[in-house]
Design a binder for this molecule. Structure first.
Ligand code: DX5
Ligand code: ZN
Length: 216
């Protein structure tokens, strides 16, 4: 089953509860929480304080995407704030193996993310240890950017890599996914779809979720 994980980055932060209730009612599976530190990416978003409040008002799986330098320093805080899945960027980790073990030591799922320009072979010695790989289909930092087409090829190759190793790992794709290109992304092999502006930026959030569902 393909899971939908709307990114609250494009939600109305003055009305976050209402926006989250809408996607939850419309039947999404997860909530994607984009954490940006102004260092790893050129933007600042939200942190554990907001996550903690969000975790109190929803039963959705909280899918935390850390776009931050030195993630090890904050992992426990995000676990305590209610994260169910924590994904770190390969490019931000000097000791990715250690970081993944640290996340798992708290009993939450661990994901690793690759920027569009980072090759898949970086995953070779870590794939066995992660629950999810998050492929960025835009350069991280902002919602509302355009999907980078070559990432489709990357999804296909990653799916094969995972299959060849006989592993069962989620493939999440994040950035520029809309109702009209989601099908191609799923056909390439993604099973967790992030969508920010296309869902929370839509005129009618519930309708946008239903349109996504129809196409996946
Ligand atoms: C980008 C974030 C994405 C972003 C997706 O840095 O990681 O999750 O919010 O937004 P859209 O779907 O608008 O590209
Ligand atoms: Zn994200």
């Amino acid at each position: 089953m393909v899971k939908l994980s709307p990114s609250i980055l494009s939600a109305n932060f003055a009305n976050l509860k209402e926006d989250i209730e809408k996607v939850e009612k419309a039947g999404v599976d997860m909530l994607h929480i984009d954490v940006m530190d102004g260092q790893f990416v050129p933007n600042i978003s939200i942190g554990p304080v907001v996550l903690k409040s969000v975790s109190k008002i929803t039963n959705l799986v909280l899918d935390v995407h850390l776009m931050i330098e030195e993630p090890d320093r904050y992992i426990k805080e995000f676990v305590d704030a209610g994260a169910h899945i924590i994904t770190v960027h390969m490019e931000a980790c000097t000791h990715i193996h250690r970081t993944i073990q640290l996340i798992k030591s708290y009993g939450v799922k661990a994901g690793v993310s690759l920027n569009p320009g980072t090759p898949l072979n970086e995953l070779e010695y870590i794939l066995d240890h992660v629950d999810m790989v998050l492929l960025m289909s835009v350069n991280p930092g902002f919602g509302g950017q355009k999907f980078i087409p070559i990432v489709k090829d990357k999804i296909i190759k990653l799916k094969k890599m995972i299959g060849d190793k006989g592993l069962n790992i989620d493939i999440e794709v994040d950035g520029g996914i809309k109702v009209d290109n989601v099908k191609e992304v799923v056909e390439a092999g993604a099973n967790v779809i992030v969508a920010g502006s296309a869902i929370f930026g839509a005129h009618n959030i519930e309708e946008a979720v239903m349109d996504f569902r129809k196409n996946i």
